[in-house]
Design a binder for this molecule. Structure first.
Ligand code: XMP
Length: 527
């Protein structure tokens, strides 16, 4: 079975910040969908794509502005159901003969509306609303974010839900299978929103036939087709994305793949050995283990500025990777574990450049520099789907469920100057902390947990003696995507026990603190 033979849903993107979440909701329903910017969706594209249903996303523009985004007219003649969200609703009304007005900021009867709102039902309940308005108070919380509003429905449409500021909150022409809502059902703050997508795809006839097994087979076929008999190199970090990509590609082309694992000396306890034994011994994947710790730690000596440290590591990483990759004769392709959110971000036409908080470690410039073509078999997947694919490929759960680890490694968990002594202390403290978390069965509830060794020594007393050792901070956060995070609410008992263990088992640390900063205003890592 291939994705081409699967039912396909097309999301036409009008530039909403949350379009990805629509795809997310659909994938959760095992529906294959793709997001395409409205500019790319021509009549010919529609014919080729042959969607079984279409969704119009929201967007920042105003339908009343001349030259604002439009879907191709042919989409309304395809005989497939369409769901319009926010701007998608407005553009649908405008195109089908209704009317949209620019937003008034206050007052009733169709004004701009941002944030939480409550929708109540009108005449009758349609299939799209199965599972809605079933609660005691006969209303649903939704998330609104719109300036303009529909002021006259297109012919054939009826209203099935209203909110105080959106008289046309839920509208539909059930004969044609066109549905349009003013709010965003895909976001967390529309708690029952997933149900609308479920109803929509059910009515459109989707059977939920998009599975990881099917994805794996299709991906293998595509890799073979792309690569032929050429060689591929893959930078392996030991993280989930590059590991899953490597195993998948290896399954497709066997020994034509060589992995390069750059050990910068900033890895956690036993990490290098684990990665090497897993790939070389378990999977039999040709692997170059580039132990470059002397080089990295040498260059980092005396450096204490966070950005300088990040830049040194980023540059060396590329140099070293390139050096080792050049030894692999005839390599024409570079494999990367690029995920779907990275791909979509690059086509979104949202605001201007954002402020750089941290220079992230990535190898984005490598392919051009080395004259390599890219193999990116995870481009269509979200993070949790990558994990599911990893499981499908037989990677151990302990590996797949690992917390994310940043490219610059322990360097950014050692604020200030990095020394080998501090790194050794940090590795041991981190291992004890993670062991505690695992023993208490908390590992999978936490997005990321680690120790940071602080550039400060404190006075303590152990036995009858004075100590003057490092203080450390424990960090543990919950998060969905790493963009925002909250500290994990450990019990005092857990924290006390962990502090005692670290001080007893880790020479060099005599004080333990717990970091209770959320993100924002903090970041997850300390640097
Ligand atoms: P911050 O500290 O920015 O981290 O809140 C958010 C998430 O990103 C990880 N992180 C990185 N990952 N290269 C990476 O691959 C980097 O340079 C990098 N810096 C931070 C961090 O561990 C957290 O999961």
């Amino acid at each position: 079975m291939s994705t081409e033979t699967h039912d396909r849903l097309l999301i036409i993107d009008f530039g909403s910040q949350v379009t990805q979440l629509i795809a997310r909701r659909l994938r959760e329903l095992n529906v294959f969908c793709e997001i395409h910017p409205y500019q790319n969706v021509s009549d010919a594209f529609l014919r080729d794509f042959a969607p079984k249903a279409v969704i119009f996303s929201g967007g920042p523009d105003s339908v009343v502005r001349e030259g604002s985004p439009r879907p191709p007219a042919a989409v309304f003649d395809m005989g497939v159901p369409i769901l319009g969200i926010c701007y998608g609703q407005q553009v649908m009304m405008q195109e089908l003969g209704g009317k949209v007005e620019g937003g008034k900021i206050s007052g009733g009867g169709g004004t701009a509306e941002f944030g939480r709102a409550y929708v109540t039902p009108t005449i009758e309940k349609i299939d799209l609303l199965d599972g809605w308005f079933d609660g005691d108070d006969d209303r649903e919380q939704v998330w609104m974010s719109h300036g303009d509003h529909v002021s006259r429905l297109a012919p054939g449409f009826e209203v099935y839900g209203t909110s105080p500021n959106a008289p046309y909150a839920i509208t539909a022409d059930t004969n044609r299978g066109f549905y349009a809502v003013q709010f965003h059902p895909e976001v967390h703050h529309t708690p029952n929103g997933a149900k609308l997508y479920e109803n929509f795809v059910r009515m459109a006839g989707f059977t939920g036939d998009w599975t990881m097994g099917a994805y794996r087979e299709e991906a293998i076929r595509k890799i073979r087709e792309q690569v032929g008999d050429k060689r591929v190199i893959c930078g392996l970090s030991g993280g989930v994305d590059s590991s899953v990509a490597a195993v998948l590609i290896h399954e497709a082309i066997g020994d034509q793949l060589t992995c390069v694992f750059v050990d910068h000396g900033l890895l956690r306890q036993n990490e290098a050995d684990e990665v090497v034994s897993m790939f070389r011994d378990n999977y039999n994947i040709p692997l170059i283990h580039a132990d470059e710790s002397e080089l990295f730690l040498g260059e980092l000596e005396g450096q204490s500025d966070p950005e300088t440290k990040r830049k040194i590591i980023g540059k060396l990483f590329i140099d070293v990777f390139q050096k080792h990759a050049n030894e692999i004769e005839g390599a024409e392709f570079l494999a990367q574990g690029t995920l779907y959110p990275d791909v979509i971000e690059s086509v979104s036409f949202s605001g201007g450049p954002s402020v750089t908080i941290k220079s992230h470690h990535n190898v984005g410039g490598l392919p051009e520099k080395m004259g390599l073509k890219l193999v990116e078999p995870l481009r269509e997947l979200f993070k949790d789907e990558v994990r599911a694919l990893g499981r499908e490929l037989g990677l151990p759960d302990s590996f797949i469920g690992r917390h994310p680890f940043p490219g610059p490694g322990l360097a950014i968990r050692c604020p200030g100057e990095i020394t080998r002594e501090k790194l050794d202390i940090l590795r041991l403290a981190d291992a004890v902390y993670i062991d505690q978390i695992r023993k208490h069965g908390l590992y999978d509830d936490i997005w990321q947990a680690f120790v940071a060794i602080l550039p400060v020594r404190t006075v303590g007393v152990m036995g009858d003696g004075r100590t003057y050792d490092y203080a450390c901070a424990l960090r543990a956060v919950t998060s969905v995507d790493g963009m925002t995070a909250d500290y994990y609410p450990f019990s005092h008992e857990f924290l006390g026990e962990t502090a005692t263990r670290i001080i007893n088992e880790v020479p060099g640390i005599n004080r333990v603190t717990y970091d209770i900063t959320s993100k924002p205003p903090g970041t997850i890592e300390w640097e």
